[in-house]
Design a protein around this ligand. Structure first.
Ligand code: PLP
Length: 397
């Protein structure tokens, strides 16, 4: 099958939603390298948008999948699931939490987290149901998460939105405080707005939000779907901010490419009673075995230190580009979640295409930011190759 055949089938039968796909179809992956249908190789700085933590064809992950495929791939939550119980324990051991619920995606984890926050109050007979999120955020695409996602472009086609969710200006403690009333139940936020342009929240702001939530008796939910699982050089981004949330959500990198999400909470806030929530696929043996393989490898191979070191190196090099080129506005991010903001959308598209021609995959974020979210196993040789190519491309603009 050629790329042209695939494109024709896609255009005829697939809902026209991913308009403007890049003209590539990958058929092989190994380490941090993807091979497309024409045989051309690419160094991957997209990683399925911060998903393929261990890159491609990682023996531990492949073996975990193989073992589950030939034993029990899926099993209903009617029954006890060994891999689920072990993964839940592991996540509690490495985080602030002591209870976990598994989902299939980040959106579902966020929906569940909000239900959990509401249930915490409704169980006590307290009428608190409103959720506050930040402008420019991204929390997913279901109806409630579109309302939580504080960006008009995602909300506009689905008006009127689910009510009870308000979006306030980020970085503004007073705006948040003004939005909190007697019916407010929780604040949900990202620590780095990954889809919104790789925008890092200030430490003081995050600490002020934590204090405000505690003072007002409302819950704080961190959406770590993009920032969690080692992406920032710590297992969870909240560790950089000197605070803990009441509830945290994960997905993306957790399964290393196999779909799984998680809601993690402290005992107090893990409010669900039997029957309050549930899922067919969430936390099945295959998904949990994959997540275990990812977490075990991150720990065994010391990947957090690697991400911190390589991420700092990348951050310094991107800062140099910011100084060197006047159309580069800002280098931002943490660890291996990095962005380079340009003053123009068109320049960004040109750069991504030129980098693709040179064999490097990069993706956009927030309209005019070049995002770099490689597998956590990215190496310095390939990183330097990408930086040289990027410098060359920028010098041609
Ligand atoms: N939350 C954040 C911070 C995200 O970056 C994303 C996806 O980009 C989501 C939630 C939604 O996750 P999913 O696409 O797995 O539903």
């Amino acid at each position: 099958m050629t790329l042209e055949n695939i494109k024709n089938l896609n255009d005829k039968y697939f809902v026209n939603i991913y308009n403007g796909r890049y003209p590539l179809c990958f058929i092989n992956g190994d380490g941090v390298i993807l091979t497309d249908i024409s045989g051309k190789k690419y160094v991957d700085f997209v990683a399925g948008i911060a998903v393929n933590t261990l890159g491609y064809n990682h023996p531990t992950l492949v073996n975990a999948i193989y073992e589950k495929a030939k034993s029990v791939m899926h099993c209903s939550n009617f029954y006890f699931i060994k891999e689920q119980a072990i993964l839940a324990e592991k996540l509690c051991n490495i985080s602030f939490g002591n209870k976990v619920f598994f989902t299939n995606s980040g959106t579902e984890a966020n929906e569940g987290a909000i239900k959990m926050a509401k249930r915490y109050f409704s169980k006590q007979g307290i009428k608190k149901h409103k959720i506050i999120t930040l402008k420019n955020s991204f929390h997913g695409r279901t109806l409630a998460m579109v309302a939580a996602t504080g960006q008009e472009k995602y909300q506009k086609p689905y008006m009127p939105l689910v009510n009870g969710i308000v979006n306030v200006e980020k970085g503004n403690v007073a705006a948040l405080e003004n939005a909190i009333d007697d019916e407010t139940c929780a604040v949900m936020m990202e620590l780095i707005q990954g889809e919104g342009g790789v925008l890092l929240m200030g430490k003081e702001y995050v600490q002020a939000v934590r204090k405000l939530c505690s003072d007002k008796g409302i819950l704080l939910i961190f959406d770590e779907v993009q920032t969690g699982i080692g992406r920032t050089g710590k297992m969870f981004a909240y560790e950089h901010f000197g605070v803990t949330p009441d509830i945290m959500t994960l997905a993306k990198g957790l399964g290393g490419g196999f779909p799984i999400g998680a809601i993690i909470a402290s005992d107090t806030y893990a409010s669900f009673e039997p029957g309050d929530h549930g899922t067919t696929f969430g936390g099945n043996p295959m998904a949990c075995a994959c997540a275990q393989a990812v977490l075990n490898t991150i720990i065994k191979d010391n990947l957090l230190v690697h991400v911190e070191t390589l991420g700092k190196y990348l951050g310094d090099k991107l800062k140099d580009l910011e100084v060197k080129y006047n159309f580069v506005c800002k280098s931002q991010g943490m660890g291996l979640l990095r962005g380079l903001k340009f003053d123009d959308k068109v320049i960004l598209a040109t750069i991504i295409n030129k980098m693709m021609d040179k064999g490097f995959l990069l993706c956009p974020s927030g309209g005019n930011t070049l995002r770099m979210v490689p597998p956590l196993i990215m190496d310095k040789v390939n990183l330097n190759k990408m930086l040289d190519a990027l410098n060359e491309v920028l010098s041609e603009i």
